[in-house]
Ligand binder design. Structure first.
Ligand code: CTP
Length: 396
């Protein structure tokens, strides 16, 4: 793989690992990339702008204007780039990214950039484990940015732990993969559903389930990272997402999800139903709060429309993917659903597998198509999303 002709902005912030950027810049140029560097003021205390300018064969930007008072156009620079890499990214710059504080040239370039952003954090181990850093990394991820996790090893403080900047060779291969992935679903439209549905009993109560929505949101992020245009229809969920090629639509009930899905189904190439849709809803939704006057209360339920089943019936060009969450006869039930709902593929998770299912951040899946089956080990939901999309990519 190479980065031939790719335009990369490297944003360097003030950490000891900044010196490693000398090696990364050399490798990026060897790989064919054109590199323009932006440094924060404190980064210049750790590594010389002159060295980086010599290695990158370009001017290095450290401020809104140069010594001769010519203005540096941050918008032009941001729009020039195919990718912006921020490495090393300090806790301070990470906090600015997550909250939109634009108090230096690097942040102005970052906030003007429309290209994919990759962030490689580096800091001391206790800082890296601080709740604010964990939250800010999650926020940056929810913007669609790719994070290259810090590595374990000896730190500048003399302590040993996680916080070291990923090695330049690792960063280089992440960038190469980012460019090759970015084209794999380009021009494709994805419809993804996520989360539970809530079926109202009265104005204050509902029937719901424990789905967090994380699996569907991770699928949406990964599909978007690979160049797809994604319509994400989610039931009530605490998950956040703000990537630019994802349109997030909120629904509450199964009927609302049904209506929203069929607004878009016809135009999509791939549909993934990872939502945990309620199978039944109260026959009557009380308009006033139900009072506890009786010693027993019976709520009559009626079956919701099967969204995925209807998608299967109406299928034309779409590659249709369903999920099955089972507690018994898992494989047999999943295969039966695959055929009954006219799917191209079904993803099975069993609640009998520890770490799989709704409320976990991990999942263990098995994929079935009419012709084959493949098992995967227990992984984070982000990694499971990659496996599912790799499989879809193979089949398209
Ligand atoms: N699903 C759907 N509409 C429904 C119920 C389920 O689209 N009303 C979808 C889910 O999003 C999932 C798949 O169907 O992709 C399987 O859901 P699951 O609840 O496991 O299966 P059901 O078909 O509802 O069958 P059962 O509840 O009997 O196992």
């Amino acid at each position: 793989m190479s980065l031939q002709g790719k335009k990369i902005i490297l944003g360097i912030t003030g950490g000891i690992a900044a010196y490693k950027m000398n090696f990364l810049v050399r490798d990026l140029l060897k790989s064919g990339a054109e590199v323009k560097i932006v440094m924060t003021k404190s980064a210049t205390d750790f590594v010389s702008a002159l060295t980086l300018s010599t290695l990158s064969k370009n001017k290095v930007y450290t401020n809104f204007y140069d010594e001769n008072k010519t203005w540096n156009n941050h918008v032009e620079l941001a729009l020039w780039a195919d990718l912006m890499l921020i490495a090393p990214c300090t806790a301070n710059t990470l906090a600015k990214i997550s909250s939109g504080i634009c108090d230096n040239f690097l942040m102005a370039v970052y906030m003007s950039a429309k290209c994919p952003v990759v962030i490689a954090p580096a800091m001391d181990l206790d800082m890296y484990a601080h709740p604010t850093v964990i939250r800010n990394l999650q926020t940056a991820e929810s913007f669609g940015h790719q994070i290259i996790p810090a590595e374990f090893g000896e730190l500048a403080s003399g302590l040993v732990g996680q916080g070291r900047l990923a090695e330049p060779s690792t960063i280089l291969s992440v960038l190469e993969k980012q460019f090759s992935d970015a084209e794999s679903f380009s021009g494709k439209k994805f419809l993804i559903t996520a989360g539970p549905t809530y079926e109202n009993i009265d104005p204050v109560r509902f029937i719901g389930n424990h789905s967090s929505g994380k699996m569907g949101f991770d699928l949406a992020k990964e599909a978007a990272r690979r160049g797809a245009e994604v319509i994400l229809i989610s039931g009530p969920s605490a998950e956040k997402i703000a990537a630019k090629n994802i349109t997030l639509l909120h629904v509450t009930s199964a009927q609302e999800m049904f209506d929203e899905v069929f607004q878009y189904y016809e135009i999509v190439d791939v549909a993934i139903m990872s939502a945990a849709v309620a199978d039944y809803a109260p026959k009557v939704k009380a308009t006033e709060k139900i009072k506890k006057n009786e010693s027993e209360l019976t709520i009559e339920l009626i079956k919701n429309k099967d969204i995925l089943g209807t998608m299967g019936e109406k299928k034309s060009k779409q590659f249709l993917v369903g999920f099955a969450l089972e507690t018994q006869n898992e494989e047999q039930n999943a295969k039966e659903k695959l055929i009954r709902k006219n799917l191209d593929m079904i993803v099975l998770n069993s609640l009998r597998d520890e770490g799989a299912g709704f409320a976990n951040t991990t999942n263990k899946i098995k994929i079935f198509t009419p012709a084959e089956e493949r098992s995967f080990s227990l992984k984070s939901k982000e990694a499971v999303a990659k496996d599912i999309l790799d499989f879809i990519e193979e089949k398209l």
